[in-house]
Design a protein around this ligand. Structure first.
Ligand SMILES: [Fe+2]
Ligand SMILES: [Fe+2]
Length: 187
């Protein structure tokens, strides 16, 4: 699988989990979910989305683009990097809320739901932008030998991540099965 197909496949799972996350947030507002349900989402977002997916983009794709004339400080890569950082900030906010000992009040539920909506909105826009603009741009601009090299690096990374990747994919599918079962069964 070439690296763009791999990254898009990961986007698919991230988007499905964001649907589940939005459903969890709705449950918080309706009083049918509590703070304990937040933890597996934080694990998925931190370890799969950031730890595997964003890491592959930053260490393989963006680095190759950077080496072929795309600055990291301005232009499309800088925008994508800033959005990765914003995703980390929302996740840290949610993780701190989850780690707090006190039971959530209505205000904390609303705050968490608001942060989840902000994170999922950010990621949906970010992923659309990467698939419509950044990946096609990289495909066009990188020379053949660089594309071959990033495909090989991507495959190596996926092999190295083996069991962890499988475990996190399973977690993502479980979350979809629990919160958006119809969508999970269609997919
Ligand atoms: Fe990204
Ligand atoms: Fe991405």
């Amino acid at each position: 699988m070439d690296i763009f197909e791999q990254l898009k496949r990961e986007h698919g799972l991230i988007l499905d989990v964001m649907d589940a996350f939005d459903a969890y947030a709705q449950g918080l507002l309706a009083g049918s979910e509590d703070q304990h349900g937040l933890s597996p989402f934080i694990v998925f977002v931190s370890d799969y989305m950031d730890g595997l997916h964003h890491a592959a983009e930053e260490k393989i794709l963006f680095r190759a683009m950077n080496e072929h004339g795309f600055a990291a400080e301005v232009g499309p890569i800088s925008v994508m990097l800033r959005e990765h950082d914003s995703g980390r900030s929302f996740t840290e906010t949610l993780a701190a809320m989850e780690a707090a000992n006190a039971s959530w009040t209505g205000v904390s539920r609303a705050r968490a739901a608001h942060a989840i909506a902000a994170l999922s909105g950010l990621l949906r826009a970010h992923i659309a932008q990467e698939e419509r603009m950044l990946y096609p741009l990289a495909c066009q601009a990188l020379p053949e030998h660089a594309l071959r090299a990033i495909n090989a690096e991507g495959e190596r990374l996926v092999r190295e991540q083996g069991p962890l990747r499988l475990e996190l994919e399973r977690l993502g599918l479980e979350l979809c099965g629990r919160f958006t079962p119809k969508a999970a069964s269609v997919a």
